[in-house]
Unconditional design. Sequence first.
Length: 248
Amino acid sequence: MIVTQSDTDISTPTGRMRTYLFIPQQPGRPPRPRPGLLFFSEIFQATDPVRRLAILLASHGYVVAVPEIYHSHEPAGTVLGYDEAGKARGNSLKSIIPMGEFDQDIRELARFLKAHPACSGHLGAFGICLGGHLAFRAALFSEIAATACLYPTDLHSGTLGRGGHADSLARAGEIRGELLMVFGRQDPHVPPDGRSVIHEALEKADVYFSWHEFNAAHAFARDEGERYDADATRHATGLALEMFRRCL
């Protein structure tokens, strides 16, 4: 599979949202529409590790769209560093953007991808860290048939967004597609009691979901830095891809 990369700007109520597209093509065969994946990044936006993960997903036959989640506060093309300054900026921004604005961006991204000529119209969502929570929010939209959330932050506490009162778990009953939840057991951002809160909420809401925990740290799928766990990443993405094959 050959994956071509490009970028585009999607109109949203708060301005243009730079979005990176990863489109697969089978060599020797005519192009055909393929399912689309909304891929939400960690707090650092579209870093090299995020792009490599997007290429991996696209190489399995999915049109992948990675939006800049902080487009209303940072210039297009901004990538925050994997350092204290980048972490501070990313954490600051995620706490001042209203949840309604995040949801509007998800809605516009889904609308764009569904209408893209390379996309079949079938949509799934994938996210890591903050993006795992945003992928969960995407699952609340009826057109999202399958969602993979890797170590989603602020989901158990509801502290995402301005005011820190995200209602994501309270709305879990709205999820109509399949859900995959993946965690690292050594992740301080989603501790055991936090994972229990999430699991209980999904059970109570009768969500159709699967649950996997690995002996890994937070951000284990980031192939840069000391926390990267290649084996856990391979298994986690394999679980996601198997679900996408069934549902999309």
